[in-house]
Design a protein around this ligand. Sequence first.
Ligand code: PMP
Length: 345
Amino acid sequence: MKSLQELTRENIWKLKPYSCARDEFKGRAAEVFLDANENPYNQHFNRYPDPLQEELKAKLATVKQVPAASIFLGNGSDEAIDLVYRVFCEPRQDNVVAIAPTYGMYAVCADVNDVEYRAVELNPDFSLDADRLLAAVDAQTKVIWLCSPNNPTGNNLDRQAIERVLTEFQGIVVVDEAYSDFNDQRPFRFDLDRFPNLIVLNTFSKLWASAAIRLGMAFASPEIIALFNKVKYPYNVNALTQQQAMKTLDNMQQVQYWRATILKERAQLLPAVAELPICKAVYPTDANFLLARMTDADRIYHYLVDRGIVVRNRSRVQLCGNCLRITIGTPQENNALLGALRQYR
Ligand code: PMP
């Protein structure tokens, strides 16, 4: 890996971050807070939240088995994705390399930050060709984006291929594991010590059923996390979100029950969709959704919408012609979907 200083934009490396009132005073003993120009009334909403979410990170450190200093929390994973560009990529000068197809926000954030985005197609079976990916890298490539399980294809990328990219690429490698809770592969966050250039993304939005609170996680070396903390807005995760996240983390038994239910439903839904005459193939999935190639995805999509059922039409995405992406729902929702698809003429 190149040095972190070489990889970081010079202005960010030199940045003296904003110091907010609650950064400067961290003691617990005080009772009179006259430091942040807050209104003393309207308790429990009048005070700024903890800018570094320390209580929540302490709990997450236990649940995720990652040191608190290696955790960044943001307004959804999307905040972490944007920060990767703002920290590492010099607009109109640096570039990033990513797999295609994949989650759309990596490219949108590249455009917003005016950074060249080099998309390298996966193999037709959606596996990663590490040689082809690495061949797209040049001296100005700062970041490689990988997503495993990948969205919208649903498959895990091969661990050895990912490790090759982590070893051979000299810049930052992001492995987005938003959906990794839906399979039993070893998560990459346990390998942070082996790969100083690794950033792993997780989210409260998928298995943890908390998309509404907007809370995403990035796991990386404490040095990379410190750069993120320097650039983020001071109070980027609001108090209601932090409180609700604590409640979710106290409820891991419920989460495990959801996981078992969703995996059971997935195992039933996949063959049931595959055997429909209007389905040409269902791809193997390691996530809480499946990608199905249909005879006529556009028409089937609109047919389902007319019956109040919304899936994602991915037929205009690279390698995904005529494909629908279907989230695993409750047993009732999945039955409604299957019932409608069976009646399609
Ligand atoms: N990564 C992937 C691969 C996703 O599919 C999504 C959401 N669809 C996200 C990240 C965004 O997660 P969040 O809700 O935490 O912003």
